[in-house]
Design a binder for this molecule. Structure first.
Ligand SMILES: Cc1ncc(COP(=O)(O)O)c(C=O)c1O
Length: 359
């Protein structure tokens, strides 16, 4: 029997990282005595945007001006769309994707057109040929790709990504890599990519892998065609000094994050295997910190009620094509075990009930 001492709700519906940030992040916060709070954070004399953009440039081996910072990658994405898209212009977005993509296109009266993400036996995948076909037909101003994609959890492999980018040189491509770092064995080369494809913008964030959603810090790698957004997105007086210190402490803690990544990978396997054992369930392979699961439609309401009564919150999806699905954010190991135990109890009761009725 798994027990958890808190009476609080457990939110496994928000794609946050419930392990929390590295100890060094808390230390950075505690050490900030506030003596520089009256000073703008930008380093005027060296002409850089901030200590964090400078650090990221150093870590990734690129120029500071190619890094853009924002109030979460949400903020950068919104700025990019507002900068480049005007009324009636087309944006391609994945057919199943973060709801916000469509919203930001709607906000500027852009036309969002969906390209296919297809459901397979045990995973979703990008239909790369389908995407390129739609791209050639529609000639969009901007293409949004999310890898790994929310909520389906699939990603583009390196060869697929290269193939897509090779075929989309005439537009703006935004690659959202908010969840990329969770597979600790898989990395793209953002600097190599934006150097090769000047039309590309790659978004990353401190919210997910680094468990720092609360500091609202995201960043982007900009290809050479993107002076416009580089100028528009710069904050000449600097960024949030405290957030930057905490983010830098996270960058200084690779061992902590690697160990969490490995724990989460083991739990992902545990969830995938166990959930796939229940009749009518399909858990899909995911490279993010969440897993999408198709459940029998007749248990949707009762399972939701059952879990909510036990303070366990997972996301019951409602969108077209995914309305029999739940999206579970991986929590800590204890929280994941607790969730599985609840589903086990729920399913055993249901199956026993069906058996009794049949006899
Ligand atoms: C696919 C995707 N991209 C970006 C974000 C935004 O992350 P943030 O603004 O916290 O960096 C989210 C948030 O859930 C997301 O699901």
């Amino acid at each position: 029997m798994v027990t958890i001492d808190k009476n609080d709700l457990i939110f496994l519906d928000r794609n946050e990282n419930l392990y929390g940030p590295a100890p060094a992040c808390y230390e950075a916060l505690q050490k900030s005595n506030g003596d520089t709070l009256n000073i703008y954070s930008r380093d005027f004399s060296r002409g850089i945007k901030s200590a964090l953009s400078e650090r990221l440039a150093l870590d990734f081996g690129t120029e500071e001006k190619k890094i853009l910072l924002g109030y979460g990658s949400e903020d950068i994405l919104k700025q990019v769309v507002q900068c480049y898209i005007t009324k009636g212009e087309k944006i391609l977005i994945p057919s199943y994707s973060w709801w916000y993509y469509k919203k930001i296109a709607d906000d500027v009266e852009g036309i969002s057109i969906q390209y296919p993400i297809v459901e397979g036996m045990d995973s979703f995948s990008y239909d790369v040929e389908g995407l390129i076909k739609i791209y050639n037909e529609q000639k969009p101003k901007l293409v949004l790709i999310s890898s790994p994609n929310n909520p389906t959890g699939n990603r583009l492999e390196i060869e697929q990504l290269n193939f897509v980018l090779e075929n989309m040189k005439d537009t703006i491509v935004v690659l959202d890599e908010a969840y990329l770092l969770f597979d600790v064995a898989f990395r793209t080369d953002p600097v190599g990519l934006v150097n090769r494809y000047p039309n590309l913008i790659i978004l990353r964030t401190f919210s997910k892998y680094y468990a720092l959603a609360g500091i609202r810090t995201g960043f982007a790698f900009l290809g050479d065609n993107h002076d416009k957004i580089s100028i528009l997105g710069a904050r000449y007086l600097g960024f949030n000094r405290l957030s930057e210190k905490i983010a830098i402490a996270a960058l200084d803690s690779p061992d902590y994050y690697n160990s969490i990544g490995l724990k989460m990978a083991a739990d992902m396997e545990m969830l995938y295997n166990e959930l796939n054992q229940w009749p009518g369930f399909t858990a899909y392979r995911s490279y993010a910190n969440f897993i999408l699961v198709k459940i029998p439609v007749e248990i949707k309401d009762t399972l939701k009620e059952y879990l909510t009564e036990r303070k366990m919150i997972v996301k019951f999806m409602n969108e077209e094509g995914l309305d029999r699905h739940i999206r579970i954010t991986l929590g800590t190991h204890l929280q994941n075990c607790l969730l599985l135990e609840m589903i086990r109890t729920f399913m055993c009761k249901k199956l026993n009930h069906e058996l009794v009725q049949r006899v």
